[in-house]
Write a protein that binds this ligand. Structure first.
Ligand code: COA
Ligand code: AMP
Length: 638
């Protein structure tokens, strides 16, 4: 007997999707309540709540204060790397955001203008996101682990008038100066912001550029002195709240657009029904605000719900040890944690018997949620054993902004099957199809696609680029959104997501493009040809591995060239790519039509079974690749 209300809820959505989302929308305070739930004629595939008017910041802060939650904790900043723990109530947070909204307005930022936020995990970054939302500006947070060139690409794409940044980030034991990276990015970009506001951190103060840069704290004190404040600007439900760039299949990232109305409705619904969190409870999402998981579940989801969100500036291990996560859960009485499986692999590696857990009491803790990459069954089993609570894998993407398939704890958990993200959330019809877009039978792998329209919260398009949106996501499978993930559904309709169908790889929960890395390798003067693949890694899930063929006549030591290439990827993409392995080979395996056989190379590198492709030009090359990998201690060597 199935005690979960999931099937009934999903059926309710299938029968009356508009009725379902109309009811969910009642949990949001609208300035003008939408009369229409969905308009299929607007946008590329339709728009949600097209005539609704709202403000996301109002729903995240003001309304909770008005409802008497002003003294409740909204955000707990816990930073083992600086030794700080600061709790911000909803009341204090509202006042911070009102002031920051006024500062942004003084910088000339108006509704619809873009602002880039390039900041570490500090509360000011959250205030900045909400202040943008408050005045109707569109923020674009860029992850701190990206290099100046990546930041420059984003500056040129969304053309911010203002950039908000900090003097440095703190990564484990290391202080990383952000300001030189920002200066270099602005130097590289064709578009120049009018102003930058820099949060000086004592660990490494930055030199400010005259005329362009402003000291955050001084600007803030000035605004406080003049009692500046800002009101919530009404925006259309369909107006953009933010742009978040994510790896595409080329070096040019895709600017995923999130709207205001649908986003609020979906996230608010998910907090109770999926995560089973009640307003007032402490929730911890150990991600980074640079990623979608951080946007949705460090910032918007918990605050829209009136919960308390923990913001953690630290690592799962090394800050100071593998007991850090248990310490944070226990210190703040968190009821649930959401993180990437790689974090648990890191903890398990350092403390396989979870001895450090014995030092803490996780009194209120009732669930662990994992996403960002496939949750491998051994990691889930270990987490279940040491924590003794449900460990719930769920699958989503930057594009969707919230869960596609999961196990809805608030509706009553369904039986857990290790290796499966469980079942589609309301709003998503998930099909598994072949190349001709025909459904494949249960238990057979195919392309996972989502029937249009996408639900509220999912992206309506790419920033000022409907054509790329259509080409990348809608063209291949008519009537569907292409997830670019491959997998299958079992006889019970459980979804198993097995890997990408494009060149995206997932390195420690960070999404990266091997195509983008190949562009960097190919730019080295001595490289004639190259290929980058994701190879299996015990800790990070996957790490990139590059192969290069040198130009004829190059006589320099390949080991030196390989080192230069590692540095080049770090400089052009960023340390987060974890690109550390390059192998020089005489030639790359190709089909007779010249296509590099990346799939077979990957199988060899991973030590998996592989067979000789019928279309291979010269079978001997695969043997050479196997030997080269063996020489570097990778894979079975063929
Ligand atoms: N700013 C600057 N540099 C950053 C950065 C940031 N915000 N985040 C990461 N980096 C750097 C790191 O310092 C590291 O540099 P290094 O090569 O000089 O050591 C590199 O990028 C890779 O970082 P990371 O992926 O964090 O690897 P790690 O080896 O330092 O730690 C884990 C491994 C598993 C502990 C870590 O990856 C982790 O906590 N992962 C969780 C991922 C996550 O939350 N993903 C969000 C999606 S849900
Ligand atoms: P991102 O856009 O960074 O959130 O990355 C999205 C991609 O990560 C997806 O397309 C999947 O390939 C992968 N992914 C995320 N969550 C899961 C999961 N629970 N299981 C399998 N793959 C996942």
């Amino acid at each position: 007997m199935d005690a979960s209300r999931y099937h009934q809820t999903y059926a309710q959505w299938r029968t009356d999707p508009e009725g379902f989302w109309r009811e969910a929308a009642e949990a949001i305070d609208w300035i003008e309540t939408p009369k229409a739930v969905f308009d299929g004629a607007q946008g590329v595939y339709g728009r949600w709540f097209p005539d609704g008017v709202c403000n996301t910041c109002y729903n995240a802060l003001d309304r909770h204060v008005e409802a008497g939650r002003g003294q409740q904790a909204a955000l707990i900043y816990d930073s083992p790397v600086t030794g700080q723990k600061i709790t911000y109530t909803y009341g204090r947070m509202l006042s911070e955001v009102q002031i920051l909204g006024a500062i942004l307005t003084d910088f000339g930022i108006r509704k619809g203008d873009t602002v880039i936020i390039y900041m570490p995990m500090v509360p000011e970054a959250v205030f900045a996101m909400l202040a943008c939302a408050r005045i109707g500006a569109v923020h674009s947070v860029v992850f701190g682990g990206f290099a100046p060139k990546e930041l420059a690409t984003r500056i040129d794409d969304c053309k911010p008038k203002l950039i908000l940044s900090a003097s440095c980030g703190i990564e484990g034991q290391r202080v990383i100066a952000y300001k030189p990276l920002l200066d270099e990015a602005i130097g590289l970009a064709a578009h120049k912001p009018d102003n930058c506001m820099i949060l000086q951190r004592p660990q490494c103060e930055a030199r400010l550029t005259d005329g362009r840069d402003h000291d955050w704290r001084k600007t803030w004190e000035h605004a406080v002195h003049y009692a500046k404040t800002s009101d919530c600007v009404p925006v259309k439900a369909t107006d953009p709240l933010y742009i978040l760039y994510t790896s595409g299949t080329t070096g040019i990232p895709k600017g995923v657009v999130r709207d205001n109305g649908g986003h609020m409705v979906a996230l608010k619904w998910s907090m109770k029904n999926l995560y089973n969190i009640d307003p007032g409870e402490v929730w911890w999402c150990a991600s980074d605000i640079g990623w979608v998981v951080g946007h949705s579940y460090i910032v918007y989801g918990p605050l829209l719900h009136g919960a308390t969100s923990v913001m953690y500036e630290g690592k799962p291990v090394g800050t100071p040890d593998a007991g850090a996560f248990w310490r944070v859960i226990s210190d703040h009485n968190a009821v649930a944690l959401f993180t990437a499986p790689t974090a648990f692999r890191a903890i398990r590696k350092e403390d396989p018997d979870a001895k450090l857990l014995k030092q803490y009491e996780l009194k209120k803790f009732r669930a662990l949620f994992l996403a960002g990459e496939r949750a491998d069954p051994p990691t889930i089993e270990w987490a279940e054993e040491v924590l003794g609570v449900p460990v719930i894998d769920h699958w989503w993407q930057t594009e969707t902004g919230w869960c596609i398939a999961g196990n809805p704890m608030g509706l009553g958990l369904l039986p857990v099957k290790h290796g499966s993200a469980t079942v589609p959330m309301p709003g998503y019809q998930i099909d598994v199809v072949d190349e001709a877009c025909k459904p494949v039978p249960a238990n057979k792998i195919g392309s996972i696609v989502i029937k249009l329209p996408m639900p509220p919260g999912a992206f309506p398009t790419l920033w000022q680029n409907d054509e790329r949106f259509k080409d990348a996501y809608l063209a291949e499978f008519p009537g569907y959104y292409k997830t670019a993930d491959a997998g299958y559904k079992d006889d019970d309709g459980y979804v198993f997501v097995m890997g990408r169908t494009d060149d995206i790889i997932n390195v420690a929960g960070h999404r990266l493009s091997t195509g983008g890395m190949e562009e960097v390798l190919a730019s080295h003067k001595d490289v004639a040809e190259c290929a980058v693949l994701g190879v299996r890694d015990q800790l990070k899930g996957e790490v990139p591995c590059g192969f290069i063929v040198l130009k004829a006549g190059v006589e320099r030591d390949p080991a030196i060239i390989e080192k230069e290439i590692v540095q080049l990827v770090r400089d052009k993409i960023g340390p987060v790519a974890a690109f550390k392995l390059v192998i020089t080979v005489a030639r790359l395996p190709k089909t007779r039509s010249g296509k590099i056989l990346r799939g077979t190379m990957k199988k060899i590198a991973d030590g998996d079974q592989w067979s000789m492709p019928a279309t291979i030009d010269d079978p001997a090359v695969l043997g050479e690749i196997g030997d080269a990998l063996k020489g570097h201690g990778v894979g079975s060597g063929g």
